[in-house]
Design a binder for this molecule. Sequence first.
Ligand code: NAD
Length: 425
Amino acid sequence: MSSTKRKSANVLLDTALNNFYGAAEEMGLSDGLIAILSNSERRLAVSVPVEMDDGTTRVFEGYRVQHSTAIGPAKGGIRYHPDVCCDECEALAMLMTWKCSLAGIPYGGGKGGVSCDSLALSAKEKERLSRAYAARIEPIIGTWQDIPAPDLGTSGQEMVWYIDTISKIRGQVEPGLFTGKPVTYWGSKGRTEATGRGVATCGLELMKRVGKDPKDIRVAVQGFGAVGSHTAKTMAAAGAKVVAISDITGTYYSSKGVDVEKAYQHMMAHPKRLLEGFTGEGVEKQGVSDVLSADCDLLMPCALEGVLNDKTANNVKAQYVVEGANGPVTPDGDKILDDKGILLVPDFLANAGGVIGSYFEWAQNLQGFFWTEEEYSNRLMHIMKGNFKLVWDYAQSKKVKMRRAAFMAAIQRVADVVKLRGIFL
Ligand code: NAD
């Protein structure tokens, strides 16, 4: 093992590096490959000037990190959140490399973002910020170079602003530059639901493996945004009892089961897409973090990273955890969950539905030919089930946890391609 292991003060990057080093060591990867794969190919930091509605000018910090383009163009979301920093983008970009590799799609890993409070920006300020950010990262964005997508705080609208800006700079329309676009503009039917449906598919596959009927399980979902809401809806549609949902406004708990469809309509009608004011039969409003210790069988954290840590993991009552968000469990949290005998499905297996869906969208954009929603959904479920089986079987045969198994299978594919291509730069 290389004596020059990277360390980071950023929890998410430190977690990503530790997971990588642990798996690489177990695989017997060479020092050279470890050094290459523990570093990012490119880290771009940009300043994003925005004229605010009150006439003042603010400059936001933005980033785009490409961890690896060994297998194909970099792929990964753009996040608007006050905590966005270069290290966080790097950690998430690395996770994208493994996620795309494990998913068997022809991409490397990238991630970007702007440090801002997106809820505090007006629509016009958000548009100006998005266009300025797109113009700044334009030199490294391309259909065969780097293909970003939505993440925390961004949506199809931002993708359209980015494409419009870059298309005008380049003098040609390139719809395949960004994925996660609205269906009305080169998007795919099924993409909005893809990540959440994939997370739920992993939850249901796990239940099958442990011999439980979905109808007998109680589920708690943290976060009710793009991922969490569709995870909860799909679990409920499969017959599971969703006893708790949550967002930044609180936890909404009912031992009888929350009416997820009603909650979804409520959230969609709320001007800031929140559950604030949601009520229902037996629904009790609790604190924001209470969802993590809800009395349930399956916990699905679909909001933020690092929420299950040395302080919170001990309170988990669920027997199973499926990670919908990126990096919701810290290494300390992981150890605690493991000691409690909790079975965990890792993020880059469970939430790969989004990037697999993005791949479908990109493939359709390149062809200029659209699939039906049924085709999209069936192909997605087929791939998700296959990937779950791959990791489950690998974990059983090597007698390792699913997170380690997923890392090992993913890293191996990237390492093989790096060796095949050789070192030029
Ligand atoms: P989103 O902005 O649509 O939703 C986030 C949700 O989490 C919101 O309901 C928000 O209120 C809630 N939330 C934020 N902070 C919280 C807190 N401290 N406690 C409880 N709830 C909180 O974001 P999203 O697209 O659903 O992404 C969620 C996570 O999933 C992120 O980690 C993201 O990186 C990951 N992810 C997203 C996709 C995708 O396709 N959108 C794909 C893969 C992974």
